[in-house]
Design a protein around this ligand. Structure first.
Ligand code: UTP
Length: 289
């Protein structure tokens, strides 16, 4: 298999209803983690893992994302003239980070539908990664790179898995199957199982390494949970064919699509900034007294 991470798809066409009213005019993916939009952290992860082309699945009201990764001549010129070299370089670096192309999902009909919208840009003869902006994974080896490594070793598709408490499985896709070293050979995968019916406590987290024929599978998937075309239903087909590995990735994951998870992500990333760490700790000690 040639390296499966030349292209990555970043679906960002969802409505972000859990974050209203902030997301009425601002894409959820642009909400900052400290001072970096969540989607930039995602693109940085993909680039660190070797991705050369980022395919953004965009929708109505999402043009701020494209602008973020584009040159901003006015801003760059001002920063240069006012000798703000560090800021200039930071801004410049973002637009040079990766080759970004964007495709449009005309209606938010689900994650599977969003991935299918990327078919013309991915093509039908190469593997690709998918990264969701909601799931931030802070790890030394980029999480999507961990999946690519397992995929190259096994020749199978890969999905990121993380154990969650039993009373939270209904919030996730859940996968089960026999252990293969630290990972599992997925035999069963279900989207948001009803309370008490989950096949395991291993939740699907937003990183996937997929083969090109997943598009054919997605074209046949009928609307599932919530009336949406679910990526999980296409993964279930791969699992049935014995072609899906669940990867117990290493790294700290934050659910930035959830308000509490978003706040926690901000604190975790801020504590890693030398200039913020001590004042933030002092503030937290004060408010927690
Ligand atoms: P979510 O379900 O978390 O995103 O999908 P959402 O629908 O925007 O959020 P809520 O539930 O209304 O608050 C995970 C990712 O998939 C993308 C979203 O943009 C998000 O990054 N997505 C989802 C699409 O691109 N298209 C869709 O039809 C659905």
């Amino acid at each position: 298999m040639k390296h499966p991470l030349r292209k990555v798809v970043v679906p960002a066409a969802g409505l972000g209803t859990r974050f209203l009213p902030a997301t009425k005019a601002v894409p959820k993916e642009m909400l900052p983690i400290v001072d970096v939009p969540a989607i930039q952290l995602i693109v940085e992860e993909a680039v660190r893992a070797g991705a050369q082309q980022v395919i953004l699945v965009s929708g109505r009201g999402k043009s701020a994302i494209e602008d973020h990764f584009d040159h901003s001549y006015e801003l760059e010129d001002t920063l240069q003239r006012t000798k703000k070299k560090e800021l200039f370089e930071q801004v410049r670096r973002i637009s040079e980070m990766a080759r970004l192309v964007s495709v449009r999902q005309k209606e938010p009909l689900g994650l599977g539908h969003a991935v299918l919208a990327a078919k013309p840009a991915v093509g039908t003869d190469e593997w690709f990664g998918v990264l969701l902006g909601d799931d931030l994974i802070d790890s030394e080896e980029p999480a999507i790179g961990q999946l690519a490594r397992v995929s190259m070793q096994t020749g199978k598709a890969a999905v990121a898995l993380m154990p969650v408490p039993d009373d939270q499985t209904q919030l996730y896709g859940v996968a089960a199957g026999p252990a293969v070293g630290a990972n599992i050979q997925v035999e069963k995968i279900v989207e948001k199982p009803a309370r008490g019916s989950a096949p395991s406590n291993l939740a699907v987290i937003g990183r996937y390494l997929l083969p090109p024929d997943v598009f054919e599978i997605l074209e046949k998937v009928k609307p599932g949970a919530g009336g949406e075309i679910q990526l999980t239903d296409a993964l279930a087909v791969l699992a049935k064919q014995g072609r899906l590995i669940g990867v117990r990735f290493s790294g700290e994951r934050h659910d930035a699509g959830d308000r509490l998870g978003y706040l926690q992500a901000n604190i975790a990333y801020a504590l890693k900034r030398p200039e913020l760490r001590d004042p933030l700790r002092a503030y937290m000690r004060k408010v927690l007294q």
